[in-house]
Design a protein around this ligand. Structure first.
Ligand code: ATP
Length: 328
Protein backbone atom coordinates (compact mmCIF):
# COMPACT_ATOMS: atom_id res chain seq x y z
CA UNK A 1 0.00 0.00 0.00
CA UNK A 2 1.30 3.45 -0.91
CA UNK A 3 1.82 6.26 1.55
CA UNK A 4 -0.95 8.84 1.26
CA UNK A 5 0.23 11.24 3.94
CA UNK A 6 3.83 11.93 4.91
CA UNK A 7 4.51 14.37 7.71
CA UNK A 8 8.20 15.09 8.15
CA UNK A 9 9.51 16.77 11.27
CA UNK A 10 6.96 19.60 11.41
CA UNK A 11 7.16 22.30 14.05
CA UNK A 12 4.91 25.23 14.88
CA UNK A 13 5.17 27.92 17.53
CA UNK A 14 2.52 30.54 18.29
CA UNK A 15 3.25 33.96 19.73
CA UNK A 16 1.39 34.68 22.93
CA UNK A 17 -0.88 37.67 22.47
CA UNK A 18 0.30 39.99 25.18
CA UNK A 19 3.90 38.97 25.59
CA UNK A 20 6.76 38.13 23.28
CA UNK A 21 6.81 34.59 24.60
CA UNK A 22 6.22 31.69 22.24
CA UNK A 23 4.19 28.53 22.69
CA UNK A 24 5.82 25.56 20.98
CA UNK A 25 2.60 23.83 19.92
CA UNK A 26 4.20 21.16 17.71
CA UNK A 27 7.79 20.16 18.16
CA UNK A 28 9.18 17.89 15.44
CA UNK A 29 6.37 15.49 14.58
CA UNK A 30 6.85 12.86 11.85
CA UNK A 31 4.57 10.06 10.72
CA UNK A 32 3.16 8.57 7.56
CA UNK A 33 -0.21 7.06 6.78
CA UNK A 34 -0.99 4.31 4.29
CA UNK A 35 -3.97 4.24 1.94
CA UNK A 36 -7.07 2.96 3.71
CA UNK A 37 -5.62 3.34 7.21
CA UNK A 38 -7.81 4.73 10.00
CA UNK A 39 -5.53 6.65 12.33
CA UNK A 40 -6.41 8.25 15.65
CA UNK A 41 -4.57 11.31 16.96
CA UNK A 42 -4.90 11.38 20.71
CA UNK A 43 -3.50 13.66 23.36
CA UNK A 44 -4.45 15.82 26.33
CA UNK A 45 -5.79 19.37 25.88
CA UNK A 46 -3.22 21.60 24.25
CA UNK A 47 -1.06 18.68 23.07
CA UNK A 48 -0.89 19.96 19.50
CA UNK A 49 -3.45 17.78 17.68
CA UNK A 50 -5.45 20.57 16.05
CA UNK A 51 -2.27 22.40 15.06
CA UNK A 52 -1.01 19.20 13.41
CA UNK A 53 -4.30 18.71 11.54
CA UNK A 54 -4.30 22.35 10.41
CA UNK A 55 -0.78 21.97 9.04
CA UNK A 56 -1.84 18.84 7.19
CA UNK A 57 -4.77 20.54 5.49
CA UNK A 58 -2.81 23.70 4.68
CA UNK A 59 -4.59 26.06 7.08
CA UNK A 60 -1.31 26.66 8.90
CA UNK A 61 2.18 26.66 7.45
CA UNK A 62 4.75 24.80 9.56
CA UNK A 63 7.74 26.81 10.82
CA UNK A 64 9.84 23.88 9.66
CA UNK A 65 9.26 20.47 8.12
CA UNK A 66 7.10 19.27 5.25
CA UNK A 67 3.75 17.63 4.59
CA UNK A 68 3.20 15.53 1.47
CA UNK A 69 -0.26 14.41 0.39
CA UNK A 70 -0.11 11.64 -2.21
CA UNK A 71 3.48 12.63 -2.85
CA UNK A 72 2.63 16.33 -3.39
CA UNK A 73 4.22 18.97 -1.15
CA UNK A 74 1.27 20.87 0.38
CA UNK A 75 3.30 24.06 0.68
CA UNK A 76 4.78 24.15 -2.83
CA UNK A 77 1.67 22.86 -4.63
CA UNK A 78 -1.01 23.76 -2.12
CA UNK A 79 -4.15 23.49 -4.27
CA UNK A 80 -3.11 20.27 -5.95
CA UNK A 81 -2.23 18.64 -2.62
CA UNK A 82 -5.40 19.87 -0.95
CA UNK A 83 -7.61 18.54 -3.74
CA UNK A 84 -6.98 15.11 -2.18
CA UNK A 85 -8.13 16.16 1.31
CA UNK A 86 -11.47 16.86 2.95
CA UNK A 87 -11.38 18.21 6.48
CA UNK A 88 -14.00 18.57 9.18
CA UNK A 89 -12.65 21.00 11.72
CA UNK A 90 -13.80 21.68 15.25
CA UNK A 91 -16.95 23.74 15.67
CA UNK A 92 -18.40 22.97 12.21
CA UNK A 93 -16.75 26.03 10.78
CA UNK A 94 -17.08 24.63 7.27
CA UNK A 95 -20.88 25.15 7.13
CA UNK A 96 -22.94 28.17 6.09
CA UNK A 97 -25.30 28.74 8.97
CA UNK A 98 -27.82 30.81 7.02
CA UNK A 99 -28.23 28.24 4.26
CA UNK A 100 -30.35 25.10 4.50
CA UNK A 101 -28.95 21.61 4.77
CA UNK A 102 -29.52 20.91 1.07
CA UNK A 103 -28.20 24.33 -0.01
CA UNK A 104 -25.01 23.69 1.94
CA UNK A 105 -24.60 20.29 0.33
CA UNK A 106 -25.22 21.63 -3.16
CA UNK A 107 -22.93 24.60 -2.70
CA UNK A 108 -20.05 22.49 -1.44
CA UNK A 109 -20.62 19.79 -4.07
CA UNK A 110 -20.14 22.42 -6.80
CA UNK A 111 -17.25 23.92 -4.92
CA UNK A 112 -15.49 20.54 -4.71
CA UNK A 113 -15.87 19.86 -8.41
CA UNK A 114 -18.82 17.44 -8.45
CA UNK A 115 -20.31 17.77 -11.96
CA UNK A 116 -23.66 19.57 -12.28
CA UNK A 117 -25.25 16.35 -13.55
CA UNK A 118 -24.21 14.34 -10.52
CA UNK A 119 -24.87 16.90 -7.78
CA UNK A 120 -28.51 15.98 -7.08
CA UNK A 121 -27.98 12.26 -6.90
CA UNK A 122 -24.81 12.63 -4.81
CA UNK A 123 -26.55 14.98 -2.35
CA UNK A 124 -29.66 12.75 -2.14
CA UNK A 125 -27.48 9.77 -1.51
CA UNK A 126 -25.57 11.36 1.34
CA UNK A 127 -28.69 12.92 2.92
CA UNK A 128 -30.17 9.41 3.06
CA UNK A 129 -27.00 7.81 4.37
CA UNK A 130 -26.64 10.44 7.10
CA UNK A 131 -30.38 10.39 7.89
CA UNK A 132 -30.73 14.09 7.19
CA UNK A 133 -33.50 13.90 4.55
CA UNK A 134 -36.19 15.21 6.89
CA UNK A 135 -34.06 18.23 7.68
CA UNK A 136 -32.99 19.06 4.16
CA UNK A 137 -34.88 22.39 4.08
CA UNK A 138 -33.94 23.43 7.62
CA UNK A 139 -31.49 26.30 8.15
CA UNK A 140 -28.22 25.04 9.61
CA UNK A 141 -28.39 27.41 12.58
CA UNK A 142 -31.66 25.70 13.61
CA UNK A 143 -30.14 22.22 13.68
CA UNK A 144 -29.00 20.47 16.83
CA UNK A 145 -25.25 20.17 17.39
CA UNK A 146 -25.37 16.50 16.46
CA UNK A 147 -27.15 17.19 13.17
CA UNK A 148 -24.71 19.97 12.34
CA UNK A 149 -21.86 17.59 12.97
CA UNK A 150 -23.40 14.92 10.77
CA UNK A 151 -23.92 17.51 8.03
CA UNK A 152 -20.30 18.67 8.35
CA UNK A 153 -19.13 15.09 7.85
CA UNK A 154 -21.57 14.57 4.95
CA UNK A 155 -20.17 17.72 3.31
CA UNK A 156 -16.66 16.31 3.65
CA UNK A 157 -17.85 13.16 1.89
CA UNK A 158 -19.13 15.03 -1.19
CA UNK A 159 -15.84 14.93 -3.01
CA UNK A 160 -14.17 11.56 -3.39
CA UNK A 161 -11.11 12.73 -1.48
CA UNK A 162 -8.45 10.18 -0.64
CA UNK A 163 -7.92 11.60 2.84
CA UNK A 164 -10.54 12.68 5.38
CA UNK A 165 -9.31 14.70 8.36
CA UNK A 166 -11.70 14.95 11.29
CA UNK A 167 -10.98 17.15 14.27
CA UNK A 168 -12.99 16.01 17.32
CA UNK A 169 -15.95 14.58 15.37
CA UNK A 170 -17.86 13.50 18.50
CA UNK A 171 -17.10 16.48 20.76
CA UNK A 172 -20.13 17.71 22.68
CA UNK A 173 -22.55 15.10 21.28
CA UNK A 174 -24.94 13.06 23.42
CA UNK A 175 -24.39 9.32 23.81
CA UNK A 176 -26.86 8.33 21.08
CA UNK A 177 -25.55 10.77 18.48
CA UNK A 178 -21.97 9.89 19.35
CA UNK A 179 -22.80 6.29 18.62
CA UNK A 180 -24.48 7.23 15.35
CA UNK A 181 -21.50 9.33 14.22
CA UNK A 182 -19.13 6.48 15.12
CA UNK A 183 -21.21 4.06 13.05
CA UNK A 184 -21.20 6.48 10.11
CA UNK A 185 -17.45 6.87 10.30
CA UNK A 186 -17.04 3.13 10.51
CA UNK A 187 -19.12 2.62 7.35
CA UNK A 188 -17.15 5.33 5.56
CA UNK A 189 -13.89 3.69 6.55
CA UNK A 190 -14.99 0.19 5.62
CA UNK A 191 -16.95 0.73 2.46
CA UNK A 192 -15.00 3.48 0.82
CA UNK A 193 -11.53 2.34 1.86
CA UNK A 194 -10.48 5.92 2.42
CA UNK A 195 -7.65 7.13 4.60
CA UNK A 196 -9.14 8.67 7.72
CA UNK A 197 -7.29 10.66 10.37
CA UNK A 198 -9.29 11.52 13.48
CA UNK A 199 -8.19 13.75 16.31
CA UNK A 200 -10.23 12.92 19.39
CA UNK A 201 -10.57 12.66 23.14
CA UNK A 202 -13.18 9.97 22.69
CA UNK A 203 -11.63 6.63 23.62
CA UNK A 204 -14.58 4.76 22.14
CA UNK A 205 -13.73 6.28 18.77
CA UNK A 206 -10.18 5.03 19.14
CA UNK A 207 -11.10 1.57 20.38
CA UNK A 208 -13.95 1.09 17.86
CA UNK A 209 -12.64 2.75 14.73
CA UNK A 210 -8.92 3.23 14.66
CA UNK A 211 -6.45 0.56 13.73
CA UNK A 212 -3.53 2.69 14.71
CA UNK A 213 -3.10 5.54 17.15
CA UNK A 214 -0.54 8.30 17.54
CA UNK A 215 -0.42 9.83 20.98
CA UNK A 216 0.84 13.40 21.18
CA UNK A 217 1.90 15.11 24.37
CA UNK A 218 3.48 18.57 24.60
CA UNK A 219 3.86 18.77 20.83
CA UNK A 220 5.73 15.47 20.52
CA UNK A 221 4.77 11.90 19.65
CA UNK A 222 4.94 9.62 22.70
CA UNK A 223 3.46 6.52 21.04
CA UNK A 224 2.70 5.38 17.51
CA UNK A 225 1.36 1.86 17.23
CA UNK A 226 -1.56 -0.41 16.44
CA UNK A 227 -4.33 0.01 19.03
CA UNK A 228 -4.38 -3.77 19.55
CA UNK A 229 -0.63 -3.81 20.28
CA UNK A 230 -0.91 -1.07 22.87
CA UNK A 231 -3.83 -2.78 24.58
CA UNK A 232 -2.05 -6.14 24.60
CA UNK A 233 1.18 -4.68 25.89
CA UNK A 234 -0.43 -3.09 28.90
CA UNK A 235 -3.08 -5.76 29.39
CA UNK A 236 -0.40 -8.31 30.16
CA UNK A 237 0.66 -6.20 33.10
CA UNK A 238 -2.68 -5.39 34.67
CA UNK A 239 -3.82 -7.44 37.66
CA UNK A 240 -6.72 -7.52 40.06
CA UNK A 241 -5.49 -8.86 43.41
CA UNK A 242 -7.91 -9.80 46.16
CA UNK A 243 -6.53 -9.39 49.70
CA UNK A 244 -7.72 -10.70 53.07
CA UNK A 245 -8.91 -7.80 55.20
CA UNK A 246 -7.89 -4.20 54.58
CA UNK A 247 -4.64 -2.30 54.11
CA UNK A 248 -3.78 0.34 56.70
CA UNK A 249 -2.66 3.92 55.93
CA UNK A 250 1.01 3.06 56.31
CA UNK A 251 0.76 0.12 53.88
CA UNK A 252 -1.19 2.21 51.37
CA UNK A 253 1.37 5.00 51.41
CA UNK A 254 4.19 2.45 50.94
CA UNK A 255 2.32 1.10 47.91
CA UNK A 256 1.73 4.58 46.56
CA UNK A 257 5.44 5.39 46.69
CA UNK A 258 6.39 2.30 44.76
CA UNK A 259 3.44 1.75 42.38
CA UNK A 260 1.68 5.01 41.56
CA UNK A 261 -0.86 3.41 39.16
CA UNK A 262 -3.29 1.45 41.32
CA UNK A 263 -6.85 1.45 42.53
CA UNK A 264 -7.66 0.27 46.07
CA UNK A 265 -11.21 -0.99 46.60
CA UNK A 266 -12.05 -2.03 50.20
CA UNK A 267 -15.08 -4.37 50.61
CA UNK A 268 -16.59 -5.76 53.84
CA UNK A 269 -14.16 -8.60 54.65
CA UNK A 270 -11.58 -8.25 51.93
CA UNK A 271 -10.18 -5.64 49.58
CA UNK A 272 -9.14 -5.52 45.95
CA UNK A 273 -6.03 -4.01 44.51
CA UNK A 274 -6.27 -3.19 40.80
CA UNK A 275 -2.74 -2.56 39.72
CA UNK A 276 -0.63 -2.45 36.59
CA UNK A 277 3.09 -2.44 36.12
CA UNK A 278 5.42 -0.80 33.65
CA UNK A 279 7.57 -3.95 33.64
CA UNK A 280 6.08 -7.33 34.53
CA UNK A 281 8.84 -8.20 37.05
CA UNK A 282 7.38 -5.53 39.33
CA UNK A 283 4.68 -7.97 40.41
CA UNK A 284 7.35 -9.87 42.38
CA UNK A 285 8.31 -6.68 44.19
CA UNK A 286 4.66 -6.25 45.09
CA UNK A 287 4.45 -9.83 46.43
CA UNK A 288 7.58 -9.21 48.55
CA UNK A 289 6.14 -6.02 49.93
CA UNK A 290 2.79 -7.61 50.79
CA UNK A 291 4.49 -10.62 52.42
CA UNK A 292 6.75 -8.33 54.43
CA UNK A 293 3.68 -6.45 55.68
CA UNK A 294 1.90 -9.70 56.60
CA UNK A 295 -0.87 -9.17 54.02
CA UNK A 296 -2.51 -12.38 52.75
CA UNK A 297 -3.39 -12.68 49.05
CA UNK A 298 -6.70 -14.47 48.38
CA UNK A 299 -6.57 -14.55 44.59
CA UNK A 300 -4.95 -12.96 41.58
CA UNK A 301 -6.73 -12.28 38.27
CA UNK A 302 -5.59 -10.72 35.07
CA UNK A 303 -7.01 -7.21 34.85
CA UNK A 304 -9.01 -5.86 31.94
CA UNK A 305 -7.77 -2.65 30.46
CA UNK A 306 -9.63 -0.07 28.44
CA UNK A 307 -7.80 2.12 26.01
CA UNK A 308 -8.35 5.09 28.30
CA UNK A 309 -6.06 3.53 30.91
CA UNK A 310 -3.41 2.80 28.28
CA UNK A 311 -3.64 6.41 27.19
CA UNK A 312 -3.17 7.74 30.72
CA UNK A 313 -0.14 5.52 31.21
CA UNK A 314 1.47 6.70 28.00
CA UNK A 315 0.81 10.35 28.77
CA UNK A 316 2.34 9.89 32.21
CA UNK A 317 5.46 8.73 30.42
CA UNK A 318 5.25 5.11 31.45
CA UNK A 319 6.45 4.08 28.01
CA UNK A 320 7.94 5.93 25.13
CA UNK A 321 7.68 5.03 21.47
CA UNK A 322 11.16 3.55 21.46
CA UNK A 323 10.69 1.32 24.49
CA UNK A 324 7.28 0.22 23.22
CA UNK A 325 8.76 -0.86 19.93
CA UNK A 326 11.44 -2.85 21.74
CA UNK A 327 9.05 -4.67 24.00
CA UNK A 328 6.58 -5.82 21.33
N1 ATP B 1 -3.95 30.65 17.71
C1 ATP B 1 -3.19 30.34 18.75
N2 ATP B 1 -2.45 31.31 19.38
C2 ATP B 1 -1.66 31.02 20.42
N3 ATP B 1 -1.54 29.78 20.95
C3 ATP B 1 -2.25 28.77 20.39
C4 ATP B 1 -3.12 29.01 19.26
N4 ATP B 1 -3.68 27.83 18.92
C5 ATP B 1 -3.21 26.90 19.79
N5 ATP B 1 -2.36 27.46 20.66
C6 ATP B 1 -1.59 26.77 21.73
O1 ATP B 1 -0.85 25.73 21.12
C7 ATP B 1 -0.88 24.55 21.90
C8 ATP B 1 -1.45 23.39 21.08
O2 ATP B 1 -2.81 23.67 20.78
P1 ATP B 1 -3.73 22.70 19.91
O3 ATP B 1 -5.06 23.39 19.75
O4 ATP B 1 -3.02 22.27 18.69
O5 ATP B 1 -3.87 21.44 20.89
P2 ATP B 1 -4.93 20.26 20.90
O6 ATP B 1 -4.15 19.03 21.15
O7 ATP B 1 -5.75 20.28 19.64
O8 ATP B 1 -5.81 20.61 22.16
P3 ATP B 1 -7.39 20.33 22.46
O9 ATP B 1 -7.49 18.87 22.68
O10 ATP B 1 -7.61 21.12 23.71
O11 ATP B 1 -8.17 20.82 21.29
C9 ATP B 1 -1.69 24.89 23.15
O12 ATP B 1 -0.78 25.28 24.15
C10 ATP B 1 -2.54 26.07 22.71
O13 ATP B 1 -2.84 26.90 23.81
Amino acid sequence: MGLVVEVNNITKAYKKRKSKEQVQAVNGISFSVKAGEVLGLLGPNGAGKTTTIKMMCGLLIPDAGTVFIKGIDNKKHRLKALSHISAVLEGNRNLYWRLTVRENMEYFAGNRGVSQKKITSRVDDLLRKFRLEEKENELVNRLSRGMQQKLAIAVAMLADSDVILLDEPTLGLDVGTRHEVRELLRSIAQVDNRTIIISTHDMEVVQDLCERVIIISDGEIVADDQVSNLLRLFDARAYSISLEGHLNEHQLSKLKNKFPMFNYLPASHHSVLEISFSVSEQIYELFDMLRHEGVVIESIDRGMLHFEQVFIKLIKGEKTHETLAQSI
